[in-house]
Design a protein. Structure first.
Length: 458
C-alpha cells in the first residue's frame, strides 16, 4: 500500500478548463494537477466518471460534507470564477512570475569560434558561415568586462561560463581557451563546454573541477549510426575516439553528460549504447549521465524527411516503453512533479521556457551578443554588442522580441491548462511560428513515472 504524500480525495467538483487529468496506467487512479494552484491529488476512476458527467453543481447539490467542499475550494477544484476570469488569472500569474525571473541570476556563454571539425548534416548552424574567426585575448577581456557591466553584482550571475561553437575545443583553439580559463579562474569562474569531444586530449590538463568542470558530448547512437551522422570534416570515424575521451574526462574528475540527438533512426540504439557505456564502467561513475534529446527539424522545407524526425508524442511514447536508463527530454516536468509530491508542496510553475527570455547572454568573437546559442550568427537575433566603447550597446527590437516571448504575451498560451508548466516552448522556434510542445504527452509520462517511483519507494 502506498503511503501517499499528497491528498487522496475521493470526491470533488472538477474545474475542467485548467485541470490536468492523467489516468494512471494499470490502476483505477487518476492524478489531478491544477493549472495555476499547483495542487496535486489522487482520485479514483468512479469519482472522475461522476465529475465528467456533471458540468456544474451548487453546494446544495454537492452530496458530500461542507468540510470537503471547503477543502476543494481551497485547492482550486471548485471555483466561482468564470472561464475568462480563470484565463486572465493565468496571464496575471505569468506576468508576475516573469517579473520575478527577470531578477534572477544571469548566465553567460562564449562562442569561441563558428568553425567546426564536424559536418553533422542536421546541425542548426549549417546556415551560418563557418569562418575561422576565433576569440582574441582582447575580445576575451572585453567579454569579461561586459559580464560585469551587465550585472555588477556577482551574487546575481552564475560563476560558470559555457564554452560553445562551432566546436569550442578544437586543437587550434588551445591557446585562447587556456587564456580564457586562466582569466576566468582568477575571477572565480569555472567552465562548461558543449563539445563533440573529438580533440579532448589536447585539453587534458584543463579538465578539472576548478577548470573545465562539465562537458556535454554528443554520441548519436551505436558506432555505425554515430559515424554516419557525426561526420569529421576529413572523413575520419569519430565514435571510438570520442568514447575514449569520455573516459579521459571522467578520470580527471569532470562531469560528463552524453547527449543523443534522437530520431527514428537511432532511438532503438539507446539500450545497446547504454550496454556499451556499462562495459566501459561509465554508467557506474556518479559523474556520468546519459540524455536523449528530440532532434528538431530546423529546415525551412516542408518535405525534408532525411533524418526521419520523431514527433514529440512519438518521442515520449517510445521512451515510455524503453528499458534504457537514458533520461529523456521532458523539460524538467518529472522532477518538478516528483519533488512537489515528496515535499508536500504545490507544483512550481514558470512563465518562460528557458533563461534566454530573461537573462542569458551569448558572446561571439565579433563582439555580438545573442540571447541563445541556437540563434548565434543570425543578425535578426543579435540583442547587443560588447566591443563598443562604454561597455554594452543594446539592440532594442530583438531584445524586446525575446523578452515578450512568454505566456502573458501569447494568446494561445493564456488559454492552455499546461501553460505554467510549459512556459510556451522554445522561443528560438516560436518567434517565426508557434510550436506547441504537446505537454499532454510529456505530463502523462511524467505522472506515470512518478507514480511508479512512489510505489517502489513505499
Amino acid at each position: 500500500m502506498i503511503n501517499y504524500l499528497f491528498y487522496k480525495i475521493n470526491f470533488l467538483y472538477l474545474q475542467k478548463i485548467l485541470l490536468i487529468n492523467v489516468k494512471v496506467d494499470g490502476s483505477n487512479d487518476h492524478m489531478l494537477i491544477h493549472g495555476y494552484t499547483g495542487a496535486i491529488d489522487l482520485v479514483n476512476d468512479k469519482i472522475v466518471s461522476f465529475i465528467n458527467s456533471h458540468d456544474t453543481f451548487t453546494e446544495s447539490e454537492f452530496p458530500y460534507s461542507a468540510k470537503t467542499w471547503s477543502a476543494l475550494i481551497q485547492r482550486g477544484y471548485i471555483t466561482e470564477k468564470a472561464e475568462q476570469e480563470e484565463y486572465d488569472y493565468v496571464a496575471y500569474m505569468a506576468d508576475i512570475l516573469f517579473r520575478r525571473d527577470m531578477l534572477l541570476k544571469k548566465g553567460f556563454t562564449f562562442v569561441i569560434t563558428y568553425d567546426c571539425n564536424f559536418r553533422c548534416p542536421y546541425c542548426f548552424e549549417k546556415g551560418v558561415g563557418r569562418d575561422k574567426m576565433v576569440f582574441t585575448p582582447e575580445m576575451v577581456d572585453k567579454a569579461f568586462e561586459a559580464i560585469f557591466y551587465i550585472e555588477p553584482n556577482e551574487k546575481y550571475f552564475f560563476k560558470n561560463i559555457t564554452l560553445y561553437g562551432g566546436e569550442p575545443l578544437l586543437v587550434q583553439n588551445r591557446k585562447i581557451i587556456s587564456y580564457i580559463i586562466d582569466r576566468g579562474k582568477r575571477l572565480g569562474f569555472t567552465f562548461s563546454a558543449i563539445t563533440n569531444g573529438y580533440d579532448l586530449v589536447a585539453y587534458e590538463d584543463l579538465l578539472s573541477p576548478d577548470g573545465i568542470a562539465f562537458l556535454q558530448i554528443t554520441v548519436d547512437g551505436v558506432r555505425d549510426h554515430h559515424n554516419s551522422r557525426r561526420i569529421h570534416c576529413q572523413g575520419f570515424p569519430t565514435f571510438d575516439r570520442i568514447l575514449d575521451n569520455i573516459g579521459l574526462a571522467l578520470k580527471r574528475g569532470v562531469r560528463v553528460s552524453v547527449r543523443v540527438n534522437t530520431d527514428r533512426e537511432n532511438i532503438e540504439d539507446l539500450k545497446e549504447l547504454q550496454a556499451i557505456f556499462e562495459r566501459l564502467q561509465y554508467v557506474e561513475n556518479p559523474l556520468f549521465s546519459m540524455n536523449s534529446a528530440l532532434l528538431v527539424d530546423y529546415s525551412e522545407s516542408e518535405t525534408d524527411n532525411t533524418y526521419h524526425y520523431l514527433t514529440q508524442r512519438e518521442f515520449i511514447q517510445k521512451h515510455s516503453v524503453s528499458k534504457s536508463q537514458f533520461e529523456y527530454q521532458d523539460y524538467g516536468v518529472f522532477d518538478k512533479l516528483y519533488q512537489a509530491i515528496m515535499r508536500k508542496k504545490p507544483l512550481s510553475f514558470h512563465p518562460i521556457f528557458c533563461r534566454a527570455q530573461t537573462g542569458s547572454f551569448v558572446f561571439d568573437p565579433y563582439g555580438n551578443i545573442y540571447p541563445c546559442w541556437e540563434v548565434v550568427g543570425r543578425p535578426e537575433h543579435c540583442i547587443g554588442h560588447y566591443a563598443s566603447a562604454g561597455g554594452v550597446s543594446w539592440s532594442q527590437e530583438p531584445l524586446d522580441n525575446w523578452h515578450k516571448a512568454h505566456i502573458s504575451e501569447i494568446q494561445a498560451c493564456t488559454v492552455c491548462k499546461y501553460a505554467l508548466l510549459c512556459g510556451c516552448g522554445c522561443p528560438a522556434h516560436n518567434l517565426k511560428r508557434h510550436h506547441c510542445l504537446r505537454m499532454e504527452d510529456i505530463v502523462r509520462y511524467a505522472v506515470n513515472k512518478a507514480y511508479a517511483d512512489l510505489q517502489l519507494n513505499n
